[in-house]
Design a protein around this ligand. Structure first.
Ligand SMILES: Cc1cc2nc3c(=O)[nH]c(=O)nc-3n(C[C@H](O)[C@H](O)[C@H](O)COP(=O)(O)O)c2cc1C
Length: 169
């Protein structure tokens, strides 16, 4: 089996998850940023990771997915600022919608699974969002304290388990 881990990461959170997944893959394996990926041809399974931005995949990732994943066996890993296990129904609904957008951006692919976890909202990003004066973005900025330190060790171990379970199928 030949595996590829391909990721897009602005502040390093998704990169941490990518590296954790890469570590546990057996055999022939490669890790690349989306910019470095030429073709997805020739891989048996491709793990693709990115952060949620503005409630869905970032535009560059959306384009990559729509151009490249049709007919390919892929598994997604996604980081986001939302609490993964929130009890708040409104937050749950937002996260659900975000993840649906990520899935639906992969139409035509064989999607073998989706892993997601929280990723720290950097101080610079939080300050930018705060200065936007847009209520929705300011609400995100206020989440920063809850996101600090994520993905944590437990989440990285969950990502490793996810990768193992996908390749075992
Ligand atoms: C411009 C911008 C927009 C974001 N929008 C969202 C969002 O809509 N929903 C969300 O849950 N997180 C959002 N986030 C938080 C990121 O998804 C989160 O911090 C992620 O872990 C960043 O990953 P990275 O370090 O790999 O870039 C946003 C972050 C940025 C910078």
């Amino acid at each position: 089996m030949k595996y590829l881990v391909a990721y897009w990461s602005q502040t390093g959170n998704t990169k941490k998850v990518a590296e954790a997944i890469f570590m546990v893959l057996p055999g022939e394996k490669f890790i690349k940023t989306l910019d470095e990926v030429g073709t997805l041809d020739g891989f048996d399974l491709i793990f693709i990771g990115f952060p949620v931005m503005q409630f869905g995949p970032p535009p560059a990732v959306k384009k990559f997915l729509s151009d490249q994943v049709a007919g390919k066996k892929i598994a997604l890993f996604v980081t986001h600022a939302m609490l993964s296990n929130t009890e708040d129904p409104r937050q749950q609904a937002i996260l659900h919608k975000e993840l649906e957008k990520c899935r639906s951006a992969c139409s035509g692919s064989q999607l073998a699974g989706l892993f997601h976890c929280q990723g720290e909202l950097s101080e610079t990003v939080a300050n930018e969002l705060l200065s936007s004066h847009l209520p929705m973005l300011m609400e995100f900025a206020a989440m920063r304290p809850d996101t600090i330190g994520h993905p944590d060790q437990a989440e990285l171990e969950e990502a490793e388990k996810f990768a193992m379970s996908v390749i075992a199928r």
